[in-house]
Design a protein around this ligand. Structure first.
Ligand code: ZN
Length: 423
């Protein structure tokens, strides 16, 4: 029988933090709603900032509403080690998504400080703003802002209440005018490590508490708007209708079939949001807009599926007398974790007496954007039945402790090296 690994972090403190943060924006018994740049988000940021300072970091909020804490290393010119994730949530979200990556990172720094260790390079802990993307229909805002990857007109995107991101940022206390002066220093960060719940069922099916991520399959996000013609549901004959919802329904079914063409492939396609106008039981729907989320670790296969989907939209529109527009909201390519970081994770896990399985990430994470500016690695923590973006989301304290312990040991190893990066 193997002995459980010796835990060097302070697990009790970590779980206390997770519980406390879960009280902010709490919905029901176990859920949270901390929409990006909301009052609850701000409250969460203030609490996490206080914990960063307690752990010995200097903390500030950057113009993109990212919360960043810094522990100074011996060599301020060495590329830094960044650890973190996000604390914003979906409207009907769970306590662990993102939060364990931020609170785990703070625990890593606090444990280093408690052990009297001074890192060679600076260590930064970050809670990125608006990873989820649900409020303004585009995710990874903070990390893309920090790394200089914002697109035109992002500040004019509106939420369901018509509030623009610009307004939301100002309400949060950030000034978008400061974006102009902000320049991301290439090379400031050498390595990014993120701890996150898996948000899928694979680790559970393997009976493994944690896993080492090999890469992230980037999503394609489209918004499709179909336009037909409204008419009385009682009087317009079926043959004369231009029903935008009927056409949309056919496209949604076709997407579901397209992504299952290759048996066993990890391809997934989802329509998760639908708006019907005028949305009345006795009026033929005139305008329907819906979102498409398409993911695959194989980019050429995903691109081929997109082409097939576009021809379905064209054919269905012709058949039902509809017009359409397609807006591309996000188009990310798959990004792979750095080999040397995966090797460090394997070795540190080995020293803990465990050998975690390796798996791809279907969901995107802040790491996806970080992969364009530095090497990155990710640790996944098993979650109950793969449930996430749901108040029922659950990971055991033991599994989270194990994931944070591996984060700690790997971060310590990287931070004690002279350069901070082996890129
Ligand atoms: Zn997340």
């Amino acid at each position: 029988m193997s002995t459980p690994p010796r835990i060097q972090i302070n697990a009790a403190r970590l779980h206390q933090h997770i519980q406390e943060l879960a009280q902010i924006g709490k919905i029901g018994e176990t859920g949270v709603c901390r929409l990006a740049l909301s009052k609850e988000d701000r409250e969460g940021v203030e609490l996490v900032k206080a914990w960063m300072e307690e752990a010995g970091m200097e903390a500030h909020i950057d113009p993109f509403a990212n919360l960043i804490g810094r522990l100074k290393g011996n060599n301020p010119d060495a590329p830094g080690l960044m650890l973190g994730s996000h604390i914003d949530s979906q409207p009907y979200g769970g306590r662990f998504d993102g939060a364990i990556g931020v609170l785990g990172a703070i625990e890593v720094v606090q444990s280093l400080v408690d052990s009297g260790i001074t890192p060679e390079c600076d260590i930064e802990v970050v809670a990125f703003c608006d990873e989820e993307g649900c409020r303004f229909n585009k995710g990874l805002f903070g990390v893309r802002g920090m790394t200089g990857k914002l697109e035109a007109n992002e500040l004019e995107r509106t939420d369901k209440n018509g509030i623009t991101r610009r307004e939301a940022l100002m309400q949060f206390g950030c000034n978008p005018a400061d974006f102009e002066d902000y320049v991301f220093q290439q090379g400031r960060i050498g390595t990014f490590l993120e701890l996150h719940i898996e948000q899928g069922p694979i680790l559970e099916s393997l009976d493994a508490p944690i896993g080492i991520v090999t890469g992230i399959s980037g999503p394609l996000w489209l918004t499709v708007e179909m336009t037909g013609f409204a008419g009385h549901a009682g009087s317009v004959p079926m043959s004369m209708r231009r029903d935008a919802l009927l056409g949309s329904a056919k496209i949604i079914v076709a997407l579901n079939e397209l992504v299952q063409q290759v048996p066993g492939a990890p391809t997934v396609g989802t329509v998760g949001s639908l708006t019907v106008f005028p949305d009345s039981r006795n009026i033929i729907p005139e305008k329907v807009s819906f979102t498409i989320d398409l993911r695959d670790i194989d980019l050429s296969r995903r691109n081929a599926l997109e082409t097939e989907l576009l021809s379905v939209i064209e054919n269905v529109s012709r058949e039902h007398g509809l017009t359409y527009t397609i807006r591309e909201d996000t188009n990310s390519e798959p990004r792979y974790c750095a080999g040397w970081i995966m090797e460090s994770l394997r070795e540190e896990a080995g020293a803990m007496g465990i050998s975690p399985p390796e798996l791809m990430s279907g969901p995107f994470h802040d790491s996806l954007a970080m992969s364009y500016v530095c090497d990155y690695g990710m640790i996944f923590v098993r979650c109950l039945e793969g449930i996430s973006h749901n108040p029922k989301e659950y990971a055991t304290p033991e599994d989270i402790t194990l994931g944070t312990e591996l984060l700690y040991r790997t971060a310590r190893r990287i931070a004690l090296e002279k350069t901070g990066s082996q890129a």
